[in-house]
Design a protein around this ligand. Structure first.
Ligand SMILES: [Zn+2]
Length: 145
């Protein structure tokens, strides 16, 4: 079911709204996707799936680490992206395709739509900018290998 009231968040939103939306998305992710969201030092965020052999009926399927040294709007964008990785891993259609640029791109898209469906619309220009910056870093990293 789609949420009928959507909150638009951007770097211009009040810190109260940003914090509320961030916390609400964390709660939804933890309850719907069986992940645990934690904070780590630095700018970077990660999706760390629980190794298959350690999975049990009661365990989380993995941990989303969010870098604490980011603007709140970027923390929300990073959370959306890492949620997108979880959705990609769970997708019967998409999960077999694990090529880096594909999975990085699809994670930004899947995560954005997941948040939007749950009532949080991340301002699209800012989200695109964050996405493009992250994708450029990956592209450069791959070119170096
Ligand atoms: Zn990623």
């Amino acid at each position: 079911m789609k949420n009928s009231s959507v909150v638009l968040v951007s770097s211009q939103s009040s810190s109260k709204i940003l914090k509320e939306c961030f916390e609400s998305l964390i709660n939804l992710a933890e309850h719907e996707l069986w992940v645990s969201v934690e904070f780590i030092h630095g700018f970077d965020s990660f999706w760390v799936p629980t190794p298959k052999e350690e999975l049990s009926a009661l365990s989380d399927i993995g941990i989303i680490d969010i870098g604490d040294d980011q603007e709140m709007i970027h923390k929300i964008g990073s959370l959306a992206h890492e949620i997108g990785h979880v959705l990609h891993d769970q997708s019967r259609l998409l999960s077999p395709v694990q090529e880096t640029m594909f999975s990085e791109t699809i994670a930004w898209i899947l995560g954005y739509n997941w948040c939007l469906d749950r009532g949080v619309e991340i301002e699209k220009n800012e989200y695109q900018a964050q996405m493009l910056e992250a994708l450029m870093l990956y592209k450069r990293e791959l070119e170096w290998i």
